[in-house]
Write a protein that binds this ligand. Structure first.
Ligand code: A3P
Length: 296
């Protein structure tokens, strides 16, 4: 009960290999890099706020063959260890991953160059999900307001600039999405887009099924689409992070399952902010074949 009323001091980030991360992650960096991936591991990797939890829930429902009760076995953060996460005094999530029987599904927000090398050596499968920068920024801003484990985002105006310079936890959105895009054909990586999943979940879930070499009935596919829709997941305590104390995530400030749609950025960016953002975006994304939809 004390946890719910405890006021936490917001952390300062510390650069690890040039990427701002929580100091505790830096303290465990050698251990994280030495993590031993296995050939049958599946890693779900994203820049924060790109639909990680959504894809985790879809993948778990596929792996449990649509058995809802099995997907309710524990909250999503315990079902899929977050390989770089360390939140003292809790043991690092690595310990949870090491104890988990195979086949394991794991989560990460690391940029490609920071992924523990064993994932490449063991040729584990990776699903990467990307979301357009403006919606990611809006979602990350609200998430930083409600998640006491992240630095205070400051004002909306300040945060737009912080995001553009990449001085946020897990670094630059631009470098993250481009880094993974450039690697997608060199490794076993399925690169998905949030906007595509929203537009046609059936088509995108079928891509995941093919990648995972799984076959399910039409009936189970329909069940997965329904149970992983925004409105259903929003009320699923095993997927909406409401099992965490308010001293960590305060959903009264902003719910984890907030809007769940492309285009919400239009409610936040001023015309001038949008123009400046676009100009800066063109520079940072110049030369890349990667394109995003900012609405559907
Ligand atoms: P918003 O803040 O824009 O609503 P992550 O899991 O990577 O932290 O991403 C969280 C974002 O994905 C939030 O975006 C959340 O609402 C959205 N999201 C989670 N589940 C979703 C679903 N089933 N459908 C659409 N969006 C979903």
């Amino acid at each position: 009960m004390a946890l719910n009323t405890e006021v936490r001091k917001r952390p300062q980030l510390r650069e690890v290999e040039g990427i701002p991360l929580l100091p505790a992650i830096g303290d465990h960096w050698n251990q994280i890099q030495k993590f031993e991936a296995k050939p049958d591991d599946l890693l779900i990797c994203t820049y924060p706020k790109s639909g990680t939890t959504w894809i985790q829930e879809i993948v778990d429902m596929i792996e449990q063959n649509g058995d809802l009760e099995k997907c309710q076995r524990t909250s999503i953060d315990f079902r899929h260890p977050f390989i770089e996460w360390v939140q003292p005094p809790e043991p690092p999530d690595l310990d949870l991953a090491n104890k988990m029987p195979s086949p394991r599904t794991l989560k990460s927000h690391l940029p490609i160059q920071m992924i523990p090398p064993s994932f490449w050596e063991k040729n584990s499968k990776i699903i990467y999900v990307a979301r357009n920068a403006k919606d990611c920024l809006v979602s990350y801003y609200h998430f930083s307001r409600m998640n006491q484990l992240l630095p205070d985002p400051g004002t909306w105006k300040d945060y737009v600039e912080t995001f553009k310079t990449g001085k946020v936890m897990w670094g630059s959105w631009y470098d993250h999405v481009k880094g993974w895009w450039d690697a997608k054909d060199k490794h076993r990586i399925l690169y998905l887009f949030y906007e595509d999943v929203k537009e046609d979940p059936k088509r995108e879930i079928q891509k995941i099924l093919k990648f995972l070499e799984k076959d399910i009935s039409d009936e189970i596919l329909k069940k997965i689409i329904y149970h992983t829709s925004f409105d259903v997941m929003k009320h699923n305590p095993m997927a909406n992070y409401t099992t965490l104390p308010a001293s960590i995530m305060d959903h009264s400030i902003s719910p984890f399952m907030r809007k769940g749609m492309p285009g919400d950025w239009k409610n936040y960016f001023t015309v001038a902010q949008n123009e400046e953002f676009d100009k800066d975006y063109q520079k940072k994304m110049a030369g890349s074949t990667l394109t995003f939809r900012t609405e559907i």
